[in-house]
Design a protein around this ligand. Sequence first.
Ligand code: SAM
Ligand code: SF4
Length: 477
Amino acid sequence: MIFNPQKYSIEDIPNHPFIDKNEILSILNRNENTSVSAVRDIISKSMCGHRLSMYDAAALIKSDSEECTDLILDSAKEIKRQIYGNRMVIFAPLYVGNSCINNCAYCGFRSSNTEIIRRTLTNDELSSEVGSLIEAGHKRLILVYGEHPKYDAEFIAESVRRVYGISHSQGDIRRVNINAAPFDTNSFRTIKSAGIGTYQIFQETYDPDSYRKYHLGGKKSDYNYRLTALNRAMEAGIDDVGIGALLGLYDWRFELLSMIRHANHLEACYNVGPHTVSFPRIKNASNVETRYDWGVGDKDFIRFIAILRLAIPYAGLILTAREPSELRDSILDYGITQIDGGTNLEIGGYSSERKSQQDLNREQFRLNDERPLKEVVKYLVKSGQVPSFCTACYRKGRTGEDFMKLSTTGEIKNYCAVNSLLTFAEYLEDFTDTGLYARGWDLINRERGNFVLEQRFRVILESGIDKIKKGERNICL
Ligand code: SAM
Ligand code: SF4
């Protein structure tokens, strides 16, 4: 993959804000109705391993004819196949606490929401939650926290350590990511020391004016402090970071170009782009009255995902259970590489009984895909995608620049192919009933036959599968 450095009016200096609204709008508004041939040229650039510029992405945004849309969607599918192959990484979010000092207008946890019941998991509750997730078959979690003085760096590090430390007869959690407030560099060092996987933080909207409108109080009202959070994380040694925008607060086209700008900034400063990109659409939340002028319809949402896939090919793209199951299933192909399964947003919800109305009041927003993990896995198998519980890159130290080298060249596909099959084989052996077991092994055997793998990868795959069948666990490449 070849990165084309570009000059922007704001230079890429670590810890300095890098979004210039006027510049982004001028790039966005330069073209009208991009021709089919121009779209083909941009796509072939992406297919040849070149990163797209913001100008290229803006041209794709301005090409919404059916023919151009089909070209963009087909090539997003192809790029995903080339870089990541046929696997879909699965994780679960785990909400640790919903106390919050901020007042984000769209969020059920906001400080002015008096309807919501505030709760922070005790150590025992955290262990029960993790136990239930392990029993469902999960291996990777993202811990989510409101922003509150009690959720300081020590608290977060301690909760991460506790999750790694839980031993259970049915397995373990092997990668803990976090989604939490921005910290200073020293606090990020404390969090890093607990061995987190990805640190994820969403800018929500990159438009400073809309940001001001929706973040009405608390520390989060500081746009620039949030924008530069990942610089401080990188400086603290957290080289695996996730960016995101909450779609609905401002024009999705602007957010898309801004995320490319954010990726460019991180690459320019640290040689490492975002490990993941998230793009939740705003959903109903407890006691939220705000109307959103910039809601994104399904057709634009799919184009957004596909253009992002072409523009930042190396990044993992995450689609969460905020979206309804039918829509999720139908758009995975266009570039999504990670999904959650069996999600429960209620604090303590994985290990407790059915939800009452009171319980629903603890959720941050409404969930639209409530399928248990097993159902999500069944769908993936039926559609020929390999469910992956892989945590190998993190455990083998392939993060930051090392990961970038593999993902920008597409070499990562070999690792993903082997590790997805090995972790899925474990899942089948440990968590499935006869029907899914047989269908899952059919898929593994088909994929084993189809992969063109170098001998060293082939040996690890075949011997790993034999070992898993004999009861060995935690084998990865
Ligand atoms: N307090 C941390 C923060 O604000 O960064 C943790 C984040 S929050 C628990 C995770 C993300 O959920 C937010 O960054 C936001 O993008 C998203 N979110 C909040 N309200 C939402 C809603 N109503 N619909 C969909 N996503 C929402
Ligand atoms: Fe608090 Fe985060 Fe919700 Fe804002 S988005 S109110 S900071 S939990």
